[in-house]
Design a protein. Sequence first.
Length: 267
Amino acid sequence: MDTFCNWVPVVGKHTCLRVFASQQLGEISGGNNGAQENVFEFQAAGSSPADPLFIKTAIRNPLDDRAPIQVSLRGLPLGWAAQIPNAWVWLDGRAEKEIEVMIWPVADVNVYKFGRNKGGRFPGLAPVRVAGFVERSYREDTQITHTAAGSRFYPIGGTFYRVGVRKRANIRISEVGDKKRKEAVIVFGRVGPPRAGQRILVDVLLPDGKTHRSSETTTQPAGQFHAQVSLLDENRKLQPGPCRVQAFIFHASELADTESNVIYFKR
């Protein structure tokens, strides 16, 4: 069956999403009850000028001894800029350090290809790879005949990021309706700049402060939207007290992710 849960990832970091199903009596195998997906997709809100996107990236030393870890950045397309703070990082054996990789579009957002803007000069997606290398040097007492002692760099892995450009946007909710049905609420709002078909997530936090009820919708041509959200908790009951409602532009095709104002209401 299809199901869902509320998931709030850490902003600015790649995220590992893992799902497990409880093992049941009578299963032939219990080794296939889990699934995992690494999420490395980010959005850069474009304007003029654009703000850089900061992505935390962990560098690890696979050796037992202190060593310099070389870091490189590849795959940056035309119209994009990126920066890593250091070309190498000294780390103790098996140690780890986080750096911030910056990626941003360098031109006005209108010249990128994304959404309905198919005629842009620059690609709207930057597939960037941050790779690490460790040096393998020969020791001074190594005997090599007729040649100088050499060295080489071994790859130790990397991280692949997909950064897409979107228009900087705003979203506002102004009304909560449907007084006839106590078990549901209708939320009305608008996005700017107005764009049709943009993905909107409306979230209602119930009075217990833990339970969320969510609904997805899309915007109409003038940027307006509305969504009906259930107010029943997991026990199919209405909780007494105020509810908190907020809307989000969420992984839309043309507008950058952002959040709305907050409205409180009580049933």
